[in-house]
Ligand binder design. Structure first.
Ligand code: LMR
Length: 395
């Protein structure tokens, strides 16, 4: 039977890891997959994580299953991190946390929940969005549509977005990026979030907010503005959060599905369904990443260290954004790429075309997604002059 199986190209983002490894150019630069890199181009384990792991190794007494919702001690720290300390949503007991294998796992749980419990509801995602969104929701059987997000001049198209949201059929699901929009780096202002809230209310839409980069934009609380605004002003919403980037525990697959319901009673009903979805997908989530996060957040000292390290990463990325634009000045390209300094998070939609991206890869060993998305954390003081020269050459 397998003779009928067709070979398909590999994932466009993950494929870059392999292609970069194989490249023998000594000046090669990896601006591909979204992992943080330090000034040396490494993705080190955070100190708070190392210390938490040492404690876990010493104190862990069992490797037994942790249940379909995961470790309650993990949920206990993720809910206030995402929804805010003292959030009225938490006080009312209307939010539920389910530990998931990464943010991707949380997205698939959400997709399966919508497909099975809210039949007939379609999902709307920004154009562009993280390419895996385009796979996950249809894989669960949902019909996916797009709303505009970026205009032809590579600027946030908020008017286009808002008028499209106003046309979405009542009750459909709208996926929003909480912060550090992937792939563009264009985030909504607080005033724009308020407008989105009004439309979501008016149309009775169900927001699904993907929150994979908390702490990488402006700060842990600042980045949660939209999530908290919606949660506090709507009866129902879904949040998929990730600890991959902000704790740097990518391979530990540590995420969380947060379901917000009208009241505690309805939340428990929804929660019971999520347990089934998790059970049918993978039964129990992996424990280690959640234990790290919970160990850190339950210790005032480790939590302070973690916040400090996260601030360092965020400041470094935002500094590199400004330096990138500076580096392009001698080539007269600083205006053209000024958006890079304004965008937030790990990614920038540079405006480079797929052909330019191909030339950067083939002629200079510079790797990024063909959409023109660059991982800004891959910039460094050493490689910026080289990058600027290469970009000037393909312009
Ligand atoms: C990315 O967009 O590069 C990251 O979210 C990693 C991934 O899984 O694609």
């Amino acid at each position: 039977m397998f003779e009928q199986i067709e070979r398909v190209p590999g994932d466009a983002i993950l494929g870059l890891i392999e292609a970069f490894k194989k490249d023998t150019n000594p000046q090669k630069v990896d601006l591909g997959v979204g992992v943080y890199r330090d000034a040396q181009g490494n993705t080190p384990v955070m100190r708070a994580v190392k210390e938490a792991e040492a404690l876990l190794l010493k104190n862990e007494t069992t490797k037994t299953y942790i249940g379909s919702h995961g470790d309650p001690a993990y949920g206990e720290v993720i809910l206030p991190l995402v929804l805010g300390e003292g959030s009225p949503v938490l006080e009312a007991g209307r939010a539920s946390a389910t530990q998931s294998p990464g943010g991707t796992g949380a997205l698939r749980l959400a997709a399966d929940f919508i497909a099975t419990q809210l039949p007939g509801k379609d999902i709307w995602v920004s154009n562009p969005t993280w390419p895996n969104h385009l796979g996950i929701f249809p894989a669960a059987g949902l019909t996916l549509h797009k709303y505009p997000y970026v205009d032809a001049e590579n600027r946030l198209d908020f008017d286009g977005m808002l008028s499209a949201l106003k046309q979405i059929p009542e009750g459909d699901v709208v996926l929003l990026h909480a912060c550090c929009h992937n792939p563009t780096g264009f985030d909504l202002s607080q005033a724009q979030w308020q407008q989105v809230l009004e439309v979501v209310k008016e149309r009775g839409l169900l927001p699904l907010v993907d929150f994979a980069y908390q702490g990488f934009g402006e700060g842990l609380d600042e980045d949660a503005y939209g999530v908290r605004l919606l949660a506090e002003n709507l009866d129902e919403m879904i949040v998929t959060s990730s600890c991959s980037k902000n704790f740097g525990i990518y391979c530990e697959r540590t995420g969380c599905l947060i379901m917000v319901a009208k009241n505690a009673e309805q939340m428990e009903n929804v929660r019971s369904q999520i347990a089934i979805v998790a059970r049918e997908n993978y039964s129990n989530p992996p424990a280690h990443g959640g234990s790290i996060v919970s160990e850190i957040m339950h210790s005032a000292e480790l939590a302070a260290l973690w916040r400090e390290e996260l601030t360092e990463m965020r400041d470094r990325i935002n500094g590199l954004r400004r330096k990138f634009v500076e580096a392009l000045k001698p080539y007269g390209l600083d205006q053209k790429y000024a958006c890079v300094a304004e965008q937030r998070g790990m990614f920038s939609y540079t405006g480079l075309t797929p052909e330019q991206v191909d030339r950067l890869r083939d002629d200079y060993g510079i790797y990024m997604v063909r959409s023109g998305r660059a991982n800004v954390a891959g910039f460094s003081d050493e490689n910026l002059p080289y990058l600027a020269k290469a970009i000037a050459a393909v312009n």
